[in-house]
Design a protein around this ligand. Structure first.
Ligand code: ATP
Ligand code: MG
Length: 237
């Protein structure tokens, strides 16, 4: 395994406000990296900077040997960088199928979209059953599956999943995490923002803790889960 994404001294923010003050870490190919941090730590900001939704002010975002930083968001999508945003953001009035097809509008994703659609519907039978239903009528957990399915429709190589378990009942959280684990076994690389440190570190290969826009801790998932420092941090496990 080598580094798929290598972030060095990344600075980003909104307007005059700098939120990320020089963050550095790597995401290995075919692995799950979990990004931990309290509310407001900067997890979503980091995801947005990687996806190209906000500019990188300084630092390097090296992906497959290319610097993403100067690239607009759509070019990153063409390279397989796909964000599943916080809060799911499905189109409530469109059907499940329409939402999924919208995930495949990039040039990269158009080829093979129908077979990818079939595989998403096999992966999430609940979505298949409800494929003609409006996304707004799905339960929270089903909407999260839809958001994940839509991200898969983009033919990703690096999946950026921003708190996919937020607000879900424990049984749904387990299903979502099982799906993410399965994705890793199929070779996808995942960067997962999550607040539930214990749960996430159980299956993450690597973990990073962000605090006030800076990296506070990082290491192998299992080591981090056992570390006193993480225990002592406000995240607590
Ligand atoms: N559009 C924006 N304009 C200005 N400030 C913002 C904007 N979005 C986020 N922020 C600020 O950036 C900081 C980091 O927010 P961010 O959403 O990245 O945190 P987070 O770690 O994802 O938190 P959460 O776990 O609650 O999702 C916060 O102080 C937030 O108020
Ligand atoms: Mg967030």
């Amino acid at each position: 395994m080598g580094a798929l994404l290598s972030i060095r001294d990344l600075r980003a923010g909104y307007g005059k406000l700098e939120i990320l003050h020089g963050v550095s870490f790597t995401v290995e190919e075919g692995s799950i990296t979990v990004l931990l941090g309290a509310n407001g730590a900067g997890k979503t900001t980091l995801m947005r900077a990687i996806a190209g939704l906000i500019p990188v002010r300084d630092g390097v975002l090296s992906y497959c040997g290319e610097d993403l930083a100067p690239m607009p968001a759509h070019e990153r999508v063409e390279r397989g960088v796909t964000l599943s945003p916080e809060g799911r953001m499905v189109f409530a009035s469109l059907t499940v199928l329409q939402n999924l097809r919208l995930g495949a509008i990039s040039k990269r994703a158009r080829a093979g979209a129908e077979s990818r659609l079939a595989s998403v519907l096999r992966r999430f039978p609940r979505l298949a059953e409800r494929r003609r239903q409006s996304a707004g009528s799905l339960s929270g957990g089903e909407q999260q599956m839809l958001a994940l399915g839509r991200a898969l429709m983009a033919a990703p190589r690096l999946l950026l999943l921003d708190e996919p378990s937020l607000g879900l009942a424990p049984i749904m959280v387990k299903q979502i995490f099982a799906a993410i684990r399965e994705l890793r076994s199929e070779g996808y690389s995942v960067l997962l923002a999550e607040q539930n440190a214990q749960l996430a570190l159980e299956f993450a290969d690597q973990g990073c803790v962000i605090e006030n826009g800076a990296l506070r801790l990082s290491g192998r998932g299992a080591d981090l889960a056992a570390s006193d420092e993480l225990r002592k941090s406000y995240i607590g496990i």
